[in-house]
Ligand binder design. Structure first.
Ligand code: FE2
Length: 144
């Protein structure tokens, strides 16, 4: 396997990890939503929100690594939005640890908007970026 194929394989593996994290974030968001809407109690709401905040934080870290290792250009606006979202998640996580249930509602709203905008854009952009490193047969299989 040449270095270009290695890079494509690594890129594909990282994309699969990011995609799995998206699935997990959606699942945890639904769990948090259920805990709130079904009145499962403060302890369960805080637990579900803490899990979601942790998974989102991990995902952002993996996205940054993906962008760095695959030399994907990041515009300043994207970068500052990402930093602001990460800072808000960290602040929410602190408040959850202090038992503030309101922070779970804030995380629910943040996550809902983030899923709607971020996941679609990222799937398209990272998919295109991975194809940039694909060899000819990979591009044909992807119908590019
Ligand atoms: Fe993502």
């Amino acid at each position: 396997m040449n270095s270009r194929e290695n890079r494509f394989q690594t890129c594909g593996d990282q994309l699969e990890i990011l995609d799995n994290e998206h699935t997990e974030i959606r699942r945890q968001y639904i769990e948090l939503d259920d805990a709130i809407l079904q009145g499962e109690g403060s302890a369960r709401i805080l637990e579900a929100a803490a899990e979601l905040a942790q998974t989102m934080g991990t995902h952002f870290t993996h996205e940054e690594e993906f962008q760095e290792t695959n030399l994907i250009p990041v515009f300043e606006k994207q970068s500052s939005t990402g930093r602001a979202t990460m800072a808000e998640i960290m602040m929410i996580a602190q408040r959850l640890q202090q038992g503030e249930v309101y922070a779970a509602l804030r995380l629910r709203g943040l996550c809902k908007g983030w899923m709607h905008e971020h996941m679609y854009v990222e799937n398209v952009e990272f998919g295109i970026a991975s194809l940039a490193f694909a060899n000819e047969s990979d591009r044909i299989r992807a119908q590019i």
